[in-house]
Write a protein that binds this ligand. Sequence first.
Ligand SMILES: [Fe+2]
Length: 292
Amino acid sequence: MTGARNLDKSATAEALGKTVAEKSELFQRYSYYAAFAQDAGYEQTADILMATARNEAECARQGLAHLLGEVDPVSFLDMAVAGEHVDRTDTYPELERLARSEGFDEIADYFRIVAEAEGKHENMLGLVRDALRHGQTLEGRTVAYSAVDMAQIMLPAQANVAGYVHGGDLMKLADNAAWVVACRHARKNAVTANVEEMNFHSRVKVGDLVLMRARITYAGRTSMEVRVDVRAEDLLSGRRVEALTAYFMTVALDAQGNPARVPPLIISTREEHKSYEEGRARYEAKRRARRP
Ligand SMILES: [Fe+2]
C-alpha cells in the first residue's frame, strides 16, 4: 500500500498522522455544527456542513489506511482500550479538577460525565478484544445493530375523505418498523405483545412522506421493547412534523411459535441507559398488572 520504503518513523508517517487527526477533528466539528444549525432551523447550512463533514471523514479514513497497513482488529482494540484507560483515569479527572478549581462547576461535572463514558468505552472495547483473542464473539447486540429508518409515501387509499391518513395506517407502519428492529436484534421472528404511550402529535396528509425511526430500548429474556418515532415530511415545502411516537413490546418466537431467548442489549451511552431503565420499568409494570 505504501510502496517499497518503510513508512515507520518517517516524516511522511508523521504528516499522515497529523492529517488524520485534523481531518477527524473537522469531521466531528462540522457534524456538531450541522446538528446545531439543524436544530436552529438552518437546513441548507446543516446539509452542506454535513456533506463537508463526511468528506473530511473519508479523507481521514484513507490517510489512516495508509498509516496502518494491514488490518489487525486486536491491535486496534488494544490501542483503543489503552487510550480510553488514560482518558478515564488521568485526562478527564485532571480536567475536572482544573475546572472545579477555577469555579466552573457545571463544566467540571461535564468532564466527570466524559470520564464515566470513557470507562464504559474501555470496558466494552476490552470485552470485545478479549473475546476476539479467544476466537469468540461477544454475546449481545448494540442499539445501532438493529436500528432502522424507513420511509413511505402516503397514498389516497390510506386516507379519509378529507385527505388525512388514518391513525390505524400510521400505527401499522410503526408496528412494522418495530417488528423489523425486533427481528434484527433477535434474528428470530417476533410478535407485538402490547403498545405503550402511543401518542398522535399532528395530522398526516396524502402525499406526505412518512419517516419512521425505530430503535430498541430494552431487551429482557424473550421480550424486546422498541421505540418508534414517526415524522411526516411535506415533499414540496420540506417541512417536517412529529406525527406519532410509541413503544412496542415484542416477543421473539422460535420455529414452533414459542417464546425464544434474545441476545442481551449492549448499552453504550447514558441516553441508551436511561431508555433501557425506562423500558424495563414499563415491562415490569405490565408484568405486575397481568399477574392475578
Ligand atoms: Fe472514549
